[in-house]
Design a protein around this ligand. Structure first.
Ligand code: TXA
Ligand code: MG
Length: 354
């Protein structure tokens, strides 16, 4: 099979809809990340998503709709859920609701809740509307890899495995949607994303955060969201997060840089614009201003993928505070780094310990 990247013309959206209706899986843009989409009401098409992506079959999928009315056919919408829908949709917020029977078990991996989202991207919505069915779509990356934010990323992962990718340009948000569990109290954020904790607190001040947003799941704890169990967002390169005073981070990187030159390793440091001058020219990457971290969110997965293509061995990154979009950024970074953060105020670069 040759995978074709199609521009989102009227004709091509009709082609996409036809493919989805005949049980195919295709790549679609959304405002968060690209999705690997299939008809959510067709169990055979759903099985294809799991096998193409290499996704564990106990990890449920998000169902995407093109208008609010479609939700009522798929799930039980409480008055609180309706408040959230009215306030945040369309947009990068997925909500967990009790599912109706029409949703196949393969979509929810046997759970009695379904994750639903109304995307803000006009092309996503016109594909769903044209196909006349809700679309199940996980992020369109091979399981465990950074999510795709451009049509070419989807092509890199699934060339030859899907017939079409609709090219909607670069994703504006660049990180996956916030996942909010409204199926039981207390309401809980299971994954931070483009819709922030602070904005959800405006509607429900007592909304909670899952215990597992910044910690690995241990044998004794239970994952509220199966996606938490798996290694995520990991590029081939080792990712190391650096915390501490900027002077100490700079010192750590200087040592790492000398060492990398001796050992012929490629390293890079993702740093805020305000700190750019602290780092050697040929390894620094400007992730934008600390005051506009949406830019970092938008570029993060693209950078991780690009650095893998350059065969970088170690990607160092500055950390950021957890307010606003910072929470989603840190949730992805810490997973990419296998939960390790170096405090450079205390820890020296390993070689200089001797
Ligand atoms: O922005 C997004 O949400 C993107 C775009 C394509 O819409 N999609 C996406 O899907 O990120 P995926 O499959 O990569 O992540 C879905 C997450 C997983 O962590 C999964 O475990 C969780 O949502 N999830 C889905 N249904 C669930 C359910 N019924 N209960 C608990 N967690 C659920
Ligand atoms: Mg994913």
């Amino acid at each position: 099979m040759n995978t074709q990247i199609l521009l989102p013309t009227k004709e091509n959206i009709e082609i996409a809809a036809r493919e989805l209706n005949s049980g195919e899986v295709i790549g679609i843009p959304t405002e968060t990340v690209y999705g690997l989409a299939a008809n959510a009401l067709n169990p055979n098409a759903i099985r294809k998503i799991y096998s193409i992506k290499g996704r564990p079959n106990n990890n449920p999928l998000i169902v995407h709709v093109s208008c609010v009315e479609e939700v009522y056919e798929l799930a039980y919408v409480s008055s609180d859920a309706q408040k959230i829908i009215d306030y945040f949709w369309p947009g990068p917020l997925t909500i967990l609701l009790k599912k109706k029977n029409i949703i196949p078990h393969s979509v929810t991996a046997g759970l009695d809740t379904v994750a639903i989202r109304l995307p803000a991207h006009p092309i996503t919505r016109s594909i769903i509307a044209q196909a006349h069915c809700p679309l199940a779509a996980p992020s369109a990356n091979i399981s465990g890899k950074p999510s795709p934010t451009e049509a070419l990323h989807v092509f890199d992962d699934f060339n030859g495995k899907i017939p079409y990718i609709i090219d909607g340009g670069s994703c504006k948000i660049g990180l996956e949607s916030t996942v909010l569990d409204l199926s039981k109290v207390p309401y809980t954020i299971l994954r931070p994303g483009g819709v922030t904790l602070e904005s959800i607190q405006k509607i429900f001040p007592s909304v909670e955060l899952s215990q597992h947003l910044f910690k690995p799941i241990t044998e004794n704890s239970v994952a509220e969201s199966p996606g938490m169990l798996y290694k995520h967002y990991a590029p081939e390169a080792e990712v190391v997060l650096l915390d501490g005073q900027i002077e100490n981070i700079a010192l750590y990187i200087r040592e790492a840089y000398f060492c990398s030159q001796k050992t012929n390793k490629k390293i890079k440091i993702l740093c805020f614009e305000e700190h750019y001058d602290y780092f050697p020219k040929d390894i620094r990457i400007n992730i934008g201003s600390y005051h506009h971290r949406e830019k970092f969110a938008e570029r993060l997965f693209r950078l991780l993928r690009a650095l893998d293509k350059m065969h970088v061995d170690t990607i160092y990154s500055e950390v950021t505070s957890l307010d606003g979009i910072g929470m989603a950024i840190m949730n992805r970074l810490i997973r990419a780094a296998s939960f390790r953060i170096v405090n450079t105020d205390i820890e020296k670069y390993p070689q200089s310990n001797e």
